[in-house]
Structure formats: C-alpha cells, structure tokens
Design a binder for this molecule. Sequence first.
Ligand SMILES: [Fe+2]
Ligand SMILES: [Fe+2]
Length: 135
Amino acid sequence: MPLISWDDKFSVGYGLIDEQHRKLFELTNSLHDAIMVRAAASALGRSLKELLDYTVYHFSAEEDLMQRNGYPQYAEHKALHDALTGQAIDFKTQMEEGKAVSSLAFMQFLRDWLTRHIMEVDTALGGFLKNRAGS
Ligand SMILES: [Fe+2]
Ligand SMILES: [Fe+2]
C-alpha cells in the first residue's frame, strides 16, 4: 500500500511544482515499499539516494522560481528546505553506517513533513506564482 497517495488537495495550482510533487510522492512510496519488503541494503540505498537527489533538485527548482519572481518569503521557505535536507542526509548516513535507525518512523516523519509543507508553504508559493503569471 502506498504511503502517500496523490489527491487534489495537494495541488498548489502551479503545474511544474505539482508535477514534481507527484514524482516526490512516487519516490517516497518506492522507498517505503523497499523498507516494507526488507529489500537488500544496496536496493534501499539506491532508492534513498534517488529520493534524496530528487528532493534536492525539487527544492532548487522552487527556490529558483522564488528568486526569479522576487518572492518575499524566500528566506523562510528555503530555511525549511535546508532543515529537511539536513535531516534526510543524517538519516542516510545513519543507514549507511548500519546504525539501528527506525526507517518506518523516518518515513512517517517524511510523509507528515511533505504533506504539511505542500499544503501550507508550497500552496502559498503556488498562489503567488499564479497571480504573478496572471498579472
Ligand atoms: Fe515543494
Ligand atoms: Fe517548498
């Protein structure tokens, strides 16, 4: 069963961001599946790396849009991205070192973080960009 399913409530009203969020959900679900079936460490590592790389790519894309459009909440929004990236890298390091980290707890944390961030912070950005495009 997927950890997060796409729903219209996650749409921020800006196509590029929505597409990237859908892809993030897919990669999050793939990692969750790999954890659930107790995939080999190499497969878990690949899946986690793919998710982490795409997250960094997506955050940069949003930050680029904010900067190019003079978004007033750029600094606060970027700080949230940086904090999550730091936590995800810590998790990856712990996994690679074979430390007993709770993968499922991290996945639930990630799901809650993503859904809240999308519905609050990214939705505010999407509204701003949409107005900007229409003006
Ligand atoms: Fe986002
Ligand atoms: Fe964001």
